[in-house]
Design a protein around this ligand. Structure first.
Ligand SMILES: Cc1cc2nc3c(=O)[nH]c(=O)nc-3n(C[C@H](O)[C@H](O)[C@H](O)COP(=O)(O)OP(=O)(O)OC[C@H]3O[C@@H](n4cnc5c(N)ncnc54)[C@H](O)[C@@H]3O)c2cc1C
Length: 442
């Protein structure tokens, strides 16, 4: 039996590694269009900030290490088409420019996503970057290390944009952030991001909300970002306005796509039974809204890869879905969310109520207590929790995991309010902020 995986990062490499542990004899071949595989894309902002000095630290396993466990990886090879009716793919070898045809019994599609770069006028000027791949992170770091960059502009205040704002500040650069929406981190409710926006401004970020980039100007390198409201001088631009699935090679196949993302069932199978997919190139079942959504996150891809391996090896595993749990560090602050936000509840016309409280991360009498704001979204009659958001300083983010369990298990606010949460003065109040918020619901 032969398995081919497309893409060499989280989804595919977790799938093929598990598959090899389950089956010693299966033939496994991976095609990756880039030069590096199995790396932690999530660590790239911390490499650019210079907190991680050596980019190889981001690489979990090399081609040679995969070869040692009999997984044949071809880097610099891009899959150009899938012929599902005859179980074949065509692949372009970037080194020789040759097209080869390979055949499979099972195909794993783990081709991920790429940054959206609109055809803004002059977007091809030097020093305009995106951050999707390992190679992108090397290019950005090299440019900053050259010492020629003083002012940077980040276009888009989503997760990657905010992480990069912090990375650029850490490098001592002057940072302008331009966001089209009326808030940063649009997956949160606006009342929760206000504190984060204030924090960015206090840390020296020139934040411009509700502003649309129109074009760039410069001779060879970018010199200005021009929006619908103003012009900003800049030496470097990072475009981080979202990602889209890498699935163009499937367009002539019979694999069903929804707005470019691969549609899969709970076994991670596409409509073609021997083709599996997951990670950033596909949709994922959102348990909170009970439908497929596009939630491109690394932890999802790793879990889905394992489910794919179990099923190809003859098992019958289901990936139950996710709640869209997210954590992010915003300089000295932390933010997290899981389940449904208030604005999502509104757009879905759900019957809901919210409670918001601000408490402390640990006992008020213990040195340096820090504030944490907790927002719970719940059903008004049953009091079942459907969403939660946290914003604060130290010890805020990981408290979201309690809410993830509570929402997945459909707990009520009173059940959550009397959970046996840990207490000692350096770690929490005698009533943790989570319990305080839950018990505020009457
Ligand atoms: C800067 C940054 C920070 C992030 N931080 C977080 C975080 O904190 N937490 C989190 O959960 N997630 C984070 N993510 C998202 C996370 O990295 C992705 O969800 C995860 O990498 C998805 O894995 P994947 O295998 O589906 O796709 P990818 O990691 O995108 O890998 C897909 C691979 O497929 C290759 N490929 C594409 N098309 C072809 C083709 N036709 N032929 C051959 N190869 C192909 C690509 O070159 C790529 O290497 C971050 C992402 C970035 C960019």
């Amino acid at each position: 039996m032969k398995v081919i995986a497309i893409g060499g990062v989280a989804l595919s490499m977790s799938a093929v590694s598990k598959l090899r542990r389950l089956d010693k004899d299966i033939e496994i071949v991976v095609y990756e269009k880039g030069t590096v595989l199995s790396y932690g894309a999530c660590g790239m902002p911390y490499y650019i900030s210079d907190e991680i000095k050596d980019p190889e630290r981001l690489v979990a396993r090399t081609k040679e290490q995969f070869s040692d466990i009999d997984i044949l990886v071809h880097t610099n090879h891009m899959v150009t088409e899938v012929f599902d009716e005859r179980n074949e793919i065509s692949v372009l070898n970037f080194e020789t420019n040759e097209i080869i045809i390979d055949n499979y019994d099972y195909l794993i599609v783990g081709s991920g996503a790429s940054a959206i770069v609109p055809p803004w006028k002059n977007f091809a000027l030097e020093n305009i970057f995106k951050l999707s791949s390992y190679e992108d992170s090397l290019a950005i770091k090299e440019k900053i290390d050259s010492g020629t960059i003083k002012k940077v502009t980040v276009v888009g205040g989503g997760f990657i944009g905010i992480e990069m704002v912090e990375a650029f500040l850490t490098r001592g650069l002057e940072v302008t952030l331009i966001e089209y929406g009326n808030q940063i981190l649009g997956v949160f409710d606006n009342d929760m991001t206000l504190k984060l926006e204030k924090h960015l401004v206090e840390k020296g970020v020139k934040l411009h909300l509700g502003e649309k980039v129109i074009r760039f100007s410069g001779d060879t390198a970018v010199r200005k970002v021009i929006t619908d409201k103003a012009e900003y001088e800049t030496d470097l631009v990072l475009i981080s306005i979202g990602v889209r699935p890498n699935t163009s090679f499937l367009e002539n196949s019979n694999v069903i796509l929804d707005k470019g993302a691969v549609v899969v069932n709970k076994r991670m199978q596409t409509n073609i039974s021997n083709i599996y997919a997951g990670g950033d190139c596909g949709l994922i079942y959102n348990l909170a809204v009970k439908e497929n959504r596009y939630i491109p996150m690394g932890n999802n891809a790793n879990k889905q890869g394992r489910v794919i391996a179990e099923n190809i090896a003859g098992g019958n595993f289901e990936f139950k879905g996710v709640l869209g749990t997210i954590v992010i560090k915003v300089i000295d602050m932390e933010a997290a969310k899981t389940g449904i936000t208030e604005k999502e509840a509104k757009s879905l016309a759900l019957d809901y109520k919210t409670v918001v409280i601000t408490g402390k991360n640990h006992a008020g009498y213990y040195p340096n207590p820090e504030p944490i704001t907790v927002k719970i979204i719940y059903k008004p009659v049953s009091k079942i929790i459907i969403g939660a958001e946290l914003v604060g300083y130290k010890d805020t983010a990981l408290r979201i995991n309690v809410f993830a369990v509570a929402i997945q298990k459909e707990m009520t606010t009173s059940e959550l309010g009397f959970l046996d949460l840990a207490y000692a003065p350096p770690f929490a109040g005698v009533w943790d902020v989570i319990a305080v918020a839950a018990n505020k619901v009457k």
